[in-house]
Design a protein around this ligand. Sequence first.
Ligand code: AMP
Ligand code: ZN
Length: 463
Amino acid sequence: MSLRLYNTLAAAKEAFVPLDPANVRMYVCGPTVYDRAHIGNARPAVVFDVLFRLLRQLYGEAHVSYVRNITDVDDKIIKAHQQTGEPITSITERTTRDYHHDVSVLGCLPPTTEPRATHHIADMIAMIGELLARGHAYTAEGHVLFEVASDPGYGVLSRRNTDEMLAGARVEVAPYKRSPFDFVLWKPSQADEPGWDSPWGRGRPGWHIECSAMSRRYLGQTFDIHGGGQDLIFPHHENEIAQSTCAHGGQPFVRYWLHNGFLMAEGQKMSKSLGNFYTVHELLAEFPGEAIRLSLLQTHYRQPLDFTRAGIQQCRQALNRVYTALRDLAAVPCVEPAAPPAVLGALSDDLNTPEALAHVFALVGEAHKAEPSEQAAIKAQLLGAGALLGLFGQDPVKWLRWRPQPPVDGEELQHLIIETMIEERRQARKARDFARADRIRSELAAQGILLEDGAAGTTWRRA
Ligand code: AMP
Ligand code: ZN
């Protein structure tokens, strides 16, 4: 089955041909660890996890290297430390742990390597030295800057003209820059800021050089796939290309650039700065991680995805159908799981997860009607498709018994859970499942929450 991927660099879908099929190499920009991940940050983790699983299936598990970094030196981290007084390592370690927890509950495999920026400062200093030696960087007031004018290829990924670049993203104008496009490779640190000794004084790296240095360390100068969200195309990925190609005398850096679309909330990109975000942590108190994962995979990864709780709730119900089928097939002897060709074909077509899922749900329909002689094959196909998508791996009975686990804190969260249960009850009644509707009502009553049905729907009050 041949894999095709949409390459931002070519602005087209291309056949994927790895440089070395015995070692397929992918790098994805990971989190900056100053705060909990929101569900938008989870989108690239889940999308590239599916690609990782697919590559492992196509090339063999031992033949895929997936590197996802941890950015643990950044001005946002310093700011968080200044605001709360919590030591920097405590912030970064706690947030890294939270991130690992969140993405594992979302069904993501750990990457092959997860380098931390602070463990690779020497690699960054070495690369900055190479850029200076080759005439692509200059020093000014304790900073080292990349000189964009020295790179004739600059702009190859984002295809922006200089006006758009200036108007576009975070291009900082500073008096020590020769041009506003020049970006920081190294900057001086104040005494109370994290810093490392370097040929240019005590300081810390810029964000872009981290990824160039760490990807080279683990994947070499040229590798196959680089991923991240669309917001990273410019300036982050454009600058990574400039650094890496210029440090390597023009040798190509990455062959396929993949970018996921935005997760949207209330019509805007979900982001910390806009405040329109939901952390994975808070959603996990309301929904099983697998339902959240499915909600991220039901839309093609390059499309914008509107976040709604109702959407996740529908995914939970869809998974209930799958797990009910798997529970009913529990006694059927398991043959080797293998994804059906239609699912593999859809995923190989630029990760068409919505189409792959449509095939899976058709299979679930077949499972319910299957003759005993067909059941083993259907079970194997369901489990095989699930393994590729990172779904259906749980104990069906446990899944079907899952219920929201409200954290002790958070009045607001409790309200959300109540609303979710009311919505579930409404759905149950619509489906004439009155026993279930009554169970939800009594469960809430046991917590002192009384439901009142009226013409305008159901409201609640405390007993
Ligand atoms: P950050 O921690 O902000 O650097 O983001 C980590 C990853 O999440 C990057 O790959 C971003 O492109 C991605 N990302 C951030 N916000 C969103 C969003 N609303 N939708 C999809 N991806 C996002
Ligand atoms: Zn990066």
